[in-house]
Design a protein around this ligand. Structure first.
Ligand code: SF4
Length: 256
């Protein structure tokens, strides 16, 4: 399937808005697989999905669709640096949501201040390793906003695509999710393990099928710095933003 690289389409900066497309001209392609029916906590069918990016949320989205779960994507990730990378990741996620007609909450109406707040909270933790306390802060900040939105907009359950990545500590993410939900009566964080039952493999499969933009670092300025330092120690070139796409033989290994 030919796709226009997202890098060519990044020409706008969204303010908070809901993108909703109920009318679809074509039936979207999904990975054919027999899936067990997923039941969110409490038997609820309405879920807010905090999404970090298209590759991580692709499998989560298709799994929930297959179970008839009514979900909305909440994109709030002021950790992602620089702006070019932030927009690339968001546009890829929005593109995939539009394909299925999934509502997409683009929470960047106060992006500059949110970004400043993220850096202020990370102060003193600049050299913490991934999966350490800076990441706990980073998950907390994003989940607190998602939980608040869920509470204010009638979502009894929220979950996240963050835990599907093998680079992440799922227990750490789940702790943050439960902590974010705790202040709100009736709100539950769904700590489903999206990796199991072949979820991790399908995450890659869907990313290749969709030619998603392939990010090469977790997201913040410090993870970019550390990834580049690691690459340098291996004699590799620094990360180039906006060039690597899953399943694209022309670019897949170019930057390795
Ligand atoms: S490494 Fe990833 S999870 Fe950790 S602080 Fe940076 S962006 Fe957040």
């Amino acid at each position: 399937m030919a796709q226009t690289p997202a890098a060519h389409r990044i020409n706008r900066f969204h303010t908070q808005k809901t993108h909703q497309h109920h009318a679809m001209n074509t039936v979207p392609e999904v990975t054919p697989i027999a899936r067990p029916v997923l039941v969110p906590p409490g038997g609820h069918k309405k879920v807010l999905l905090h999404s970090c990016c298209a590759p991580c949320s692709g499998e989560v989205m298709e799994a929930m669709l297959a179970s008839g779960i009514d979900y909305t994507i909440y994109f709030y990730n002021p950790n992602i640096h620089p702006l070019k990378e932030y927009l690339l990741r968001k546009e890829e996620n929005l593109r995939f949501a539009e394909k299925f007609g999934i509502p997409f909450i683009d929470k960047d109406d106060d992006y500059e201040n949110d970004r400043k707040e993220w850096f202020a909270k990370a102060k003193g933790m600049e050299f913490e390793p991934e999966r350490g306390i800076r990441c706990t802060m980073c998950f907390d900040m994003r989940f607190e906003k998602a939980a608040q939105y869920a509470h204010e907009n009638g979502f009894p359950v929220f979950t996240s695509s963050l835990g599907i990545s093998r680079w992440k500590n799922m227990a750490q993410i789940n702790d943050c999710g439960h902590r974010a939900a705790a202040p709100y009566d009736g709100l539950v964080y769904w700590d489903f393990n999206w990796r199991k039952g072949g979820g991790s493999a399908r995450m890659i499969e869907i990313s290749k099928r969709e030619h998603f933009y392939q990010q090469e670092y977790c997201g913040c300025a410090y993870s970019l710095r550390d990834s580049n330092a690691h690459r340098k120690s291996q004699g590799r070139i620094p990360i180039k933003l906006g060039v690597l796409y899953y399943g694209d033989p022309a670019t897949e290994y170019e930057n390795r």
